[in-house]
Write a protein that binds this ligand. Structure first.
Ligand code: IVH
Length: 709
């Protein structure tokens, strides 16, 4: 592909700047998607497998170095070269849950106590627990109907997984037909797909030899091998299975967890041999100790021990909290650690503008994986640990978790190491970056954020997607996909560009929209028309569309109502940074607008780049004024009758205010009347109100009622 970014393709991943990495990831996503389409849809690959894999490897390498820049449409999300969209979906009859974690002995004793207390078990009575290894693979649910394998699904989000039936049929550990008889019908057997250490090593050797993708660990290898669109590839991969649970069962499976597993084993499934029935926390912990000893000899990865209440009737009584069972817990093994040197601290900017410090390390192997980046979380964390560039640091990695810096080895600190100064401006766009006051806690937020949302290349694509979303500009035919495409093509860089698309279409020899992939004459025309239709927009939608932090729909409406017109609002929020305090004072006087909201509005508009973007946009669109009707007032939708003489306002005034708040004002009391406001001298209407049981209040109570609205 001949694009101007081709130069970038020559730069090694770790020599890329964040900006270059972003562009390169975009290019790779496009190129890999094109190859995927050629391969899967057109059955006509245009590159060799090795070249294709090299692209994917490069993509993964850059993603590993710049985790913040991973795209929503990243090719690595589609494991094994196959778009996950290629799998059908299966809704789990019984959700696939996750487990709560215990990280130390105390957590385990607490778990045992919690269970006993919940069940009100007397001290002298035992509650038995099963203990078994927690296998580090991916969970799967196998459905048997009439004893035959009917379907297999990945966990997915727990409710809906991917249909991997064809692939699962190639896994030798999994019976196509249940052995024995008397199995429940249907029955769903659940467990873990994994790869043994030996098989993993052999697979990686073969992959390397063939110039193919090398997997980082057995779990990735298992996942990548299972989620292949071509089940023949899965067949050649040495996948294995352990059963440890079940989903829907046509009849009761057993009385206890250990008997259930024995039954499942009798149907032909492998179950773990390292398994024990324990009567208390002490026995549980000695099993944990033994397993930790045995871990290196198991031949496959485990990341802890799972304890489950043995009696199924007790499991039933214990039930679930959110998405984990109360009757089970995963006791994790401690994280693995290593020592290395901190070369640099890089600030990455996420899609929400969060500035995240990333430690660039001299590469070191931690738990079998080479680590060259670690998260430093935030500014406070760096200060608390006093991490300095050049320091020798202890790095820790636990399972999936991003590697972390645990501590500094002070004895090794170079004499000239300086305390790290966290930047106050965004390294991507140069806008000021602030730490907000958290509205709820009143404390300074740990995250420093770039305020240049609409100008910051790290954030703009997300902001543009928000800008065109349904409750914002709502432009038909211009969704997330098109925004991403137009961004990649350089057609849209800021909101105003959307409205000049038609005028610029095909200019300077560029390919006109109607000739681009996914568009034709009609759809291009329609899109331009849809854009033109939104050249006039309500004030509140406009404010919401800007994507200012904390300004959701409700706050946008509050602000719009308070000022009535954009002009009046801009007047209030214009000025230099030194006016910020005044602005915050004025804005937070508005009902419902707190300091945090006021602060971020002020931050947004005092950033000159944001103002420029808004002004550019206003060259293209007109913002209509906002009627101050309080649709959400306490009297909205109610029918109100005023009677007697009012002392603090005229009848006409009272009526106008009530109507402005969404109430309906009527002259007669009937059964549909919600409220009667009675002043001195009220007569027959008061009687009517009593007759119909309508609430009657005086003028002061009425004023109090409508006060805040
Ligand atoms: S029991 C209702 N047992 O751990 C709980 N899970 O964090 C069902 N896992 O998604 C799970 N080994 O992928 C259970 N012996 C074991 C396990 C195990 C590994 C995984 C499983 C699950 C995750 C929960």
């Amino acid at each position: 592909m001949t694009t101007p970014d081709n130069d970038l393709a020559k730069i090694a991943p770790d020599a890329l700047t964040a900006g270059q990495a972003r562009d390169e990831l975009a290019r790779l996503a496009r190129e890999i998607a094109a190859h995927d389409a050629a391969y899967y849809q057109a059955d006509a690959p245009v590159v060799s497998d090795a070249d294709y894999d090299a692209l994917r490897r490069r993509n993964s390498a850059i993603e590993a170095l710049f985790p913040d820049l991973v795209r929503a449409d990243s090719p690595s999300g589609r494991v094994g070269a196959a778009p996950s969209a290629g799998f059908g979906k299966i809704a789990h009859a019984v959700p696939m849950l996750s487990l709560n974690n215990a990280f130390g002995e105390e957590d385990v004793f607490e778990f045992v106590q919690r269970v006993r207390k919940f069940l009100k078990v007397p001290d002298e009575e035992s509650v038995f627990f099963t203990a078994e290894p927690k296998i580090d693979g991916l969970s799967i649910s196998l459905r048997y109907e009439g004893g035959l394998l009917a379907s297999a699904a990945t966990r997915g989000d727990g409710r809906v997984g991917e249909d991997v039936t064809a692939n699962i049929r190639t896994v030798k550990d999994i019976p196509h037909e249940l052995a024995g008889n008397g199995w429940p019908d249907p029955v769903e057997v659940r467990g873990e797909i994994y790869m043994s250490h030996a098989d993993f090593a052999a697979l990686n050797d073969a992959q390397q030899e063939a110039g193919d993708k090398v997997f980082a660990n057995p779990r990735n290898a298992a996942a990548g091998s299972l989620r292949q669109l071509d089940a023949e590839i899965t067949r050649r991969r040495p996948l294995r299975f352990f059963a440890y649970a079940w989903g829907e069962t046509g009849s009761a499976i057993a009385d206890t967890q250990h008997e259930a597993l024995e039954r499942i084993a009798s149907w032909g499934f492998p179950v773990q041999e390292f398994f024990r029935l324990c009567r208390d926390g002490g026995e549980i912990l000695s099993f944990y100790g033994e397993l930790q000893q045995a871990r290196p000899r198991l031949g496959y990865d485990i990341d802890g021990v799972v304890y489950k209440v043995d009696r199924l009737d007790l499991q039933q009584r214990l039930g679930f909290v959110s998405r984990s069972p109360r009757w089970a817990i995963a006791h994790k093994f401690p994280a693995e650690k290593a020592i290395t040197i901190l070369r640099d601290i890089e600030i990455q900017v996420g899609r929400t503008g969060a500035l995240t410090p990333v430690a660039k390390l001299v590469p070191v192997t931690v738990g079998g994986v080479v680590v060259s980046n670690a998260t430093l979380h935030n500014q406070d964390e760096i200060e608390r640990k006093d991490v300095r560039i050049g320091d020798t640091v202890v790095v820790q990695r636990a399972g999936d978790v991003i590697p972390q810096i645990v501590e500094v080895v002070l004895a090794e600190r170079p004499a000239d190491a300086e305390p790290y100064e966290f930047p106050q401006t965004c390294p991507v766009c140069g806008s000021h970056a602030v730490r907000e006051i958290n509205e709820k806690t009143g404390k300074v937020d740990v995250v420093r954020r770039c305020t240049g949302g609409l100008v910051c290349p790290a954030q703009i694509v997300e902001r543009l997607k928000h800008f065109v979303s349904r409750n914002a500009f709502d432009i038909e035919g211009l969704g997330e996909k098109q925004i991403a495409l137009f961004w990649d093509e350089g057609l849209i860089r800021e909101p105003a560009d959307i409205f000049t698309l038609r005028a610029r279409d095909g200019a300077d020899g560029a390919v006109p929209l109607k000739e681009r992939e996914g568009f034709g004459e009609v759809s291009a025309g329609k899109l331009f028309d849809a854009i033109d239709e939104r050249r006039e927009i309500e004030f509140d939608r406009f404010l919401f569309a800007l994507g200012i932090r904390h300004v959701g729909e409700t706050n946008a409406r509050r602000l719009a109502r308070a000022y009535g017109s954009l002009a009046a609002f801009l007047d209030a929020v214009s000025g230099e940074v030194d006016r910020r305090e005044d602005m915050i004072g004025e804005l937070s006087a508005i009902e419902g607008i707190g300091e945090a909201v006021a602060g971020s509005v002020a931050e947004f508009f005092t950033e000159p780049r944001n103002r420029q973007v808004v002004d550019n946009l206003l060259d293209e669109v007109a913002v209509s004024d906002m009627a101050p009707a309080a649709r959400n007032s306490p009297v909205s939708g109610k029918t109100v009758v005023f009677t007697g003489s009012l002392e603090k306002m005229t009848r006409a005034e009272a009526k106008a205010r009530a109507e402005a708040m969404g109430a309906k004002v009527s002259g007669t009391v009937s059964k549909v009347t919600d409220l009667v406001v009675a002043g001195p001298g009220a007569g027959s209407k008061l009687k009517q109100a009593e007759k119909f049981g309508v609430e009657v209040i005086d003028e002061d109570r009425w004023l109090a009622l409508i006060a805040g609205a």
